[in-house]
Design a protein around this ligand. Structure first.
Ligand code: AMP
Length: 249
């Protein structure tokens, strides 16, 4: 069984981003970039399935600028076997990424596709769902547990009311949630080994995919500053403020 894992290069989660002075976008010049945390979890899960002899090959795919190779090298260091970079410096929106992943999927023919539930830069939470729709495949989003047996993948999902378990016939799309696993620490020997693993590069044009954006960003703004909290002397004062000021009770 082959697993395809989508990996996005995003601003590192520890970086405090700033909005550009012309309000056109977030300024990502010279900031630390990393593999999207949910994608790291997705790679870890795929590698664990390989280590359990359930998967035979794990292929990591990223779409974006040439430096996305760094995120792919991280995936290879975790244990992916090889990587594919769909290289473009044009803006990529979730629908374009879904189309690119579908084109790679058509070539690779994986049985399982792992994506993160969302990319922490745009927080879209769309790509996995769009890919499943484009490819007409079953999908399970927000996976906190994954088990593969007899051509089916059983996924425990985190939903508002608790947990839901669904069983999908493969090929299928699964998006990963935070509690699925704790990714391993990437060791130096594995980083060195990853440098030698195969990384193929293609382009949207090679794949015959039109990546013209459908959405236009009008303005990007900092969220309003939060005002400082206050201390109330006792419960009665708290209840009074909740009633008269916050008007929530
Ligand atoms: P989003 O819909 O943008 O929140 O992204 C959800 C998931 O789609 C991410 O966690 C990745 O697994 C995948 N994804 C999004 N953008 C890319 C990209 N440029 N390259 C590879 N995978 C991506």
């Amino acid at each position: 069984m082959k697993i395809l894992v989508a990996v996005k290069r995003v601003v590192d989660s520890n970086v405090k981003v700033r909005v550009k002075s012309d309000n056109s976008a977030v300024d990502i010049a010279n900031v630390k970039m990393s593999i999207n945390p949910f994608d790291e979890i997705a790679v870890e899960e795929a590698v664990r399935l390989k280590e359990a002899d359930i998967a035979a090959e794990v292929v990591a795919v990223s779409c974006g600028v040439a430096q996305s190779q760094e995120a792919l090298r991280t995936a290879l260091a975790i244990g992916a076997d090889r990587a594919v970079l769909v290289e473009t410096s044009d803006e990529l929106q979730p629908l374009s990424v879904a189309k690119l992943l579908k084109a790679v999927m058509d070539k690779e023919q994986p049985q399982l596709l792992f994506l993160g539930k969302q990319a922490i830069d745009d927080d879209c939470n769309q790509t996995g769902q769009m890919l499943a729709a484009l490819a007409d495949l079953p999908q399970a989003t927000f996976a906190s547990k994954v088990a593969v047996a007899d051509g089916k993948v059983t996924v425990t999902r985190e939903v508002d009311g608790g947990l839901e378990t669904v069983s999908l016939t493969m090929p299928a799309v699964v998006t990963t949630d935070l509690r699925l696993n704790e990714p391993r620490y990437v060791t130096l020997p594995n980083i060195m080994k990853a440098k030698k693993k195969r990384l193929d590069t293609t382009t949207p044009a090679d794949l015959g995919v039109d990546i013209k954006p459908n959405l236009k960003t009008l303005k990007v703004m900092e969220p309003p500053k939060r005002s400082a909290g206050i201390k109330v002397p006792d419960v009665a004062a708290l209840v009074d403020k909740l009633k008269t000021e916050a008007k929530v009770i």
